[in-house]
Design a protein around this ligand. Structure first.
Ligand code: GLN
Length: 483
């Protein structure tokens, strides 16, 4: 079917061509029709959606609407939503009804958006394929035998199949950019600190960052306008003015310096993906950009450093799920230790347990210096590579993922090969930089993502670069067959 971008829907709502209730009903209908197969939602909030939509229609009629009032969207099930189940893809939170709102959700609520539901995800956002969810795998709308990417796979698949025009995601090591690439949509992970993490269930706090998925860069700009900004409830949030991200979308790219890191075009990259990326770069040259070859010599350290730091932080963050205060509790514990042990053993899935064990080990006395401290040193080197590179270039480009969407089950028994699917995204989180993935072609009918990496707080520049490409190409307008 034909889809409409948020920018178009906004126009339809404001000119009263359609009401928010009608629009919401049409998306709820699509969810009913297609989501049995895709499994992209954990919870569909039909009642809340219709209530939000009716309120939005009143706001529009009164003339108090803002840009996104009345626009339906979905929230990754990692964002706390008052009165609505927030499972984080885990059995341990299957019964958890949040008593408060995540700041990001509250911002979208205050803007008058409509909550269609909560999307499926890898358990506690640990994964690259959405196969570790307690609620089962999500399917890629481009090929139902394949993964949509992870961990925000439900959000990505739902936007790709147009079950929602937009959805939130989180990116700790690639979980917005990688599923955006594998599902053929646009996703942005802002600079660390640009978007509040309050109420976003923590996986690895020094890496986690919320962001959005949509069908165009312009739409992600509209969404980021709502989501970006300082939050006093998040001590890592940065108090810096937020530009209007839509204002600069049409700036010229004449003279733009694009850095191509040789490490992102290594032997592990599918040659067909490389071709698509090179074609995208050519497109930028036509728009007046200059190519500069750069080195990010410590790229090879990013996967090992990440898989010490992220598990270390997760082992500490997930200590709170103990069967006492909230979430799953085992039946008939004999004593307190049995309660802790069995609640966690029965409540967590195997990938989460693997990470808690690795993290606890890396942080334990005697191993801390050898693993955790060393990983932090590697992290500094990785960041320094980017700082050096951005002295010479305005943006870094390369593939988002080394291969197109893989088959469900193909990598689930091989954690190392799964971890390698984030080889080009993880360094960005270790450095805290903003990154995007935009559709840039197909390989065997499967979408390819072009990654754009910007300097700190240069989201506006990234969005301009993405928007200009989308004005000259139509990859982002393609819809998977059957939806
Ligand atoms: N795939 C990476 C991991 O499994 C990144 C996940 C994420 O960004 N949340 O940790």
């Amino acid at each position: 079917m034909d889809y409409k971008t948020i920018a178009q829907l906004k126009n339809d709502l404001h000119t009263k061509k359609i009401s928010s209730v009608e629009l919401t009903q049409s998306f709820l209908k699509r969810i009913k029709q297609y989501d049995k197969e895709l499994n992209s939602f954990i919870t569909v909030t039909e009642e809340v959606a219709l209530k939000n939509a009716a309120e939005a229609d009143v706001r529009i009629a009164k003339g108090t609407a803002v840009a996104l009032t009345g626009i339906p969207m979905a929230q990754k099930d990692i964002f706390c939503t008052t009165g609505i189940k927030t499972s984080c893809g885990s059995k341990i939170l299957d019964n958890f009804i949040s008593p408060y709102d995540a700041t990001s959700y509250k911002q979208f609520k205050d803007a008058g958006t409509v909550l269609l539901g909560k999307t499926n995800m890898d358990e506690f956002a640990m994964g690259s394929s959405n196969e570790t969810s307690y609620y089962g795998p999500v399917k890629n709308p481009w090929d139902l035998e394949r993964v949509p990417g992870g961990s925000s796979g439900g959000s990505a698949a739902a936007v790709a199949a147009y079950l929602t025009p937009a959805a939130t995601g989180t990116d700790t090591g690639g979980s917005i950019r990688q599923p955006a690439a594998l599902s053929g949509i646009t996703g942005i992970k802002p600079t660390y600190g640009r978007v509040s993490r309050y109420g976003m269930i923590a996986f690895a706090s020094s890496l986690d960052q919320g962001g959005v998925f949509a069908r165009s860069a312009e739409d992600t700009a509209l969404l980021l306008n709502v989501m970006a900004g300082f939050d006093e409830k998040d001590s890592t949030s940065i108090n810096k003015p937020v530009p209007d991200y839509t204002k600069t979308l049409n700036d010229s790219l004449e003279g733009l310096r694009i850095g191509l890191p040789k490490e992102y075009f290594d032997a592990g990259l599918d040659p067909e993906i490389e071709k698509a990326i090179q074609a995208a770069i050519k497109e930028y040259e036509k728009m007046g950009a200059k190519i500069i070859n750069i080195d990010l010599p410590n790229t090879g350290l990013s996967i090992p450093a990440y898989y010490v730091i992220a598990p270390a932080e997760c082992s500490s963050n997930l200590a709170r799920f103990d069967g006492v205060r909230y979430g799953y509790r085992c039946k008939d514990p004999v004593d307190l230790e049995d309660l802790y042990k069995r609640s966690r053993t029965e409540g967590f899935g195997s990938e989460v347990k693997r990470r808690i064990m690795i993290g606890t080990y890396a942080l334990s006395a005697g191993y801390y210096d050898a693993y955790y401290l060393k990983a932090q040193k590697a992290r500094c080197l990785i960041r320094d590579d980017f700082v050096e590179a951005f002295k010479k270039v305005d943006v870094i480009m390369g593939p988002t993922a080394p291969s197109p969407a893989f088959k469900i089950g193909e990598k689930s028994n091989d954690p190392i090969s799964m971890y390698l699917s984030d080889i080009y995204t993880i360094a960005v989180n270790l450095a805290g930089l903003p990154g995007m993935s935009i559709p840039a072609g197909f390989v065997n009918n499967l979408p390819v993502g072009l990654q754009l990496i910007g300097n700190y707080f240069e989201e506006a520049k990234l969005l301009t670069i993405a928007h200009q490409y989308q004005k000259n190409t139509n990859w982002h307008t393609m819809m998977p067959k059957g939806f």
